[in-house]
Design a protein around this ligand. Sequence first.
Ligand SMILES: Nc1ncnc2c1ncn2[C@@H]1O[C@H](COP(=O)(O)OP(=O)(O)OP(=O)(O)O)[C@@H](O)[C@H]1O
Ligand code: SF4
Ligand SMILES: [Mg+2]
Length: 335
Amino acid sequence: MSMPAPQTTTAVIDVRDLRKWYPLRQGFLASLLNLNRRYLKAVDGVSFALREGEVLGLAGESGCGKSTTGMTVLQLHPASGGVVSFDGRDLVSVSGGAEMRTFRRKAQIVFQNPYESLNPRFTIEQSVAEPIVIHFPSNAVERRRRVVRALEMAGLVPAENFLQRYPHQLSGGQLQRVAIARAISVEPKFLVADEPVSMLDVSIRAGILNLLRHFATELRMAILYISHDLSTMRHICSDVAIMYLGRIVEKGPAADVLDNPQHPYAQALMAAAPVMGARKRDRVELKGALPNAMNVPQGCRFHPRCPQRMAVCETDDPALRPTTAGRIVACHLYQ
Ligand SMILES: Nc1ncnc2c1ncn2[C@@H]1O[C@H](COP(=O)(O)OP(=O)(O)OP(=O)(O)O)[C@@H](O)[C@H]1O
Ligand code: SF4
Ligand SMILES: [Mg+2]
């Protein structure tokens, strides 16, 4: 079941033509003369906007730039280009000062591995209190009240039972809930969830995903949900974007993209990992060299592997264009 349509029109987060290029090492002379500067184009022109309550699923094979997109949108890595706006304000123009602090509070991330994201020497209370201390300076009573509330919202009840425990005393699922409590303790409006359940037991994944869904529907949080697992996207996403070599190649309403992908790469991805309940599709085998962000092909970046490529695909880079309702696809078959 897809999520209800959001009620506001202003985007919480608006990302335009975001780029993150990592300079590659080069020889001394070339670097001295600034010759042939080469880059690994991890994110190479990504645009999307999320309004309150919207959940955008970001899918694509390993190395296509999903995590880099999340980190760069959050300004945890400096962007190489593009514009990120939060609540209508361009973040480049607020780099520093009170507005950037507000953004740092209102935009949070939950990582894949809760064992790494929590300090093993901190109690759960200390871990969850850390961002509260930074963003809501308060006395001990008020701080504890916020920690308890965040733990309860993350489904750890009674919260008092968890406060003085250490990470090694909790299960993986409980730890991920602590990481989520930490993120939501400062009342974010935008959350990046980067593979939040992929390290957890299958049996407890649904509980965590329901929690994220609840944050979107009830608290109107905007969420960027990064995952390899397309079957979970149907459950919590309003829209799904498919990424290939640093670009979004298809984006649209979750059920439409998952049931009826239009971009040949999206079709191949869906066929390789059939979504539960979706109609059966013929398997599309991907041939050709594996994608390499250090050497992005000319023309359509998917053309070396595309079963439907045409002559134009080798020379012209297709732009994202509207196809069916709410859908955009970057492919010459639809231009
Ligand atoms: N700090 C870095 N320096 C150089 N290259 C990097 C850096 N971080 C990521 N990359 C490269 O950028 C590309 C995108 O990586 P990223 O981690 O964003 O992919 P991903 O889609 O999240 O993959 P996965 O599904 O495996 O998590 C990859 O080619 C990766 O090797
Ligand atoms: S533009 Fe051409 S090569 Fe690229 S996905 Fe479409 S058909 Fe395939
Ligand atoms: Mg990643």
